[in-house]
Design a protein around this ligand. Structure first.
Ligand SMILES: [Zn+2]
Length: 193
């Protein structure tokens, strides 16, 4: 069933106040969609990656809302798109800066009290940097678990099943497979710090 995102809306981070988010954070899954603003050939809008990952993430969160509390963070509309600059119509964040942006945003969510964090990536150029940030965050926050470099929904589910009580950061390369992973992630119980 495709949820109607106009009526069946997910819970959005930026529509809640700090009191509400503070109460929800310890038991909620927070999902951060990351996109890009770049040329997409002569026929598609420069926001294609961002529109797609935001829509799919919100629809999946609405669909999986019966599984537990899911909060969708604002979509990061810029990505690592230096390889598109030669074509024009592109706004890119450089490699080191993009890595730092992801690391800082996820670290903020950890400080906010979230124990279950899912980064959903809608642009290929972001992939390695999201994974690298995830790996470094896991070293800093030993209770955070990460998955392997290329993640299918089946693999993500297997990891979640094996670590039902773990705390994790999960970076997923393919936004089209997140529905089932979101359900499993929302159902899992986080450990308390
Ligand atoms: Zn892209």
């Amino acid at each position: 069933m495709i949820p109607d995102v106009m009526t069946d809306r997910p819970t959005l981070f930026n529509e809640l106040d700090r009191t509400t988010l503070g109460k929800l954070a310890p038991t909620s899954l927070v999902v951060l969609p990351v996109g890009a603003t770049e040329q997409h050939g002569p026929h598609l809008a420069t926001g294609t990656d961002t529109f797609a990952v935001e829509h799919i993430t919100r629809a999946a969160a609405a669909l999986a809302s019966d599984s537990g509390s899911i909060i969708v963070a604002p979509t990061l509309p810029f990505g690592s798109s230096d390889h598109h600059l030669a074509f024009g119509a592109t706004m890119s964040i450089g490699t080191q800066t993009y890595y730092a942006v992801i690391r800082d945003l996820v670290a903020s969510l950890i400080t906010d009290g979230f124990r279950k964090i899912l980064v959903v990536n809608g642009h290929g150029g972001n992939h390695e940097l999201v994974q690298l940030a995830a790996r470094d965050l896991a070293l800093l926050h030993t209770e955070v678990r990460i998955t392997g470099p290329r993640v299918s929904s089946g693999y993500a589910l297997e990891v979640l099943r094996r670590q039902p009580d773990g705390r994790w950061l999960l970076a997923i390369g393919d936004p089209f497979t997140i529905g089932a992973a979101l359900s499993a992630a929302a159902q899992a119980t986080p450990v308390h710090r």
